[in-house]
Ligand binder design. Sequence first.
Ligand code: HEC
Length: 142
Amino acid sequence: MKPSQSSKPLAVIVLLIALHPVHAQDIAAGQAVFAHCAACHSINGSNGIGPSLQGIAGRKAGSFPGFEYSRAMKANVTVWDAQSLNAYLGDPHGMAPGNLMPFLGLADAVQRADLVAYLVTLPPRGLAGITPPRLYAGHPGN
Ligand code: HEC
């Protein structure tokens, strides 16, 4: 066996590890993914086509003041957190049947995890400008 052949399995293992990194959620990358949402959602409290996502984490679904939600969203008892946001953004109509968000979902799990990591940092009304604790960043369950 030539030396180059014997080193092949190692090279394959190294490649597999490189292709399968443990992904730490990246808030900055998530902020870039938010470009998919910004046409409809603000983070500053003003409602547009969609409700503002200001302080979305910890808020009950369908409850942002001044936005005309669908009946389904108002009736949804979910309190948004990293897990439910991830489920909703992966499959909006599966997770919240009857909701009217005209968005099919983000299939890419890494993009979704980054986006959720960003969303949960959005401070609630009145706290804008205060850097939120990065509670969810790098949480293994996200
Ligand atoms: C074309 C417009 C549009 C786009 C794009 C869009 N949304 Fe929405 N979104 C809506 C609408 C409208 C609703 C309200 C749905 C309802 O009332 O049934 C909504 C609801 C939501 C809710 C629930 C809010 C609440 O107060 O309960 C979340 C969370 C959300 N969107 C996140 C996102 C994210 C994150 C993205 C980007 C990946 C996104 N949306 C893309 C229009 C949009």
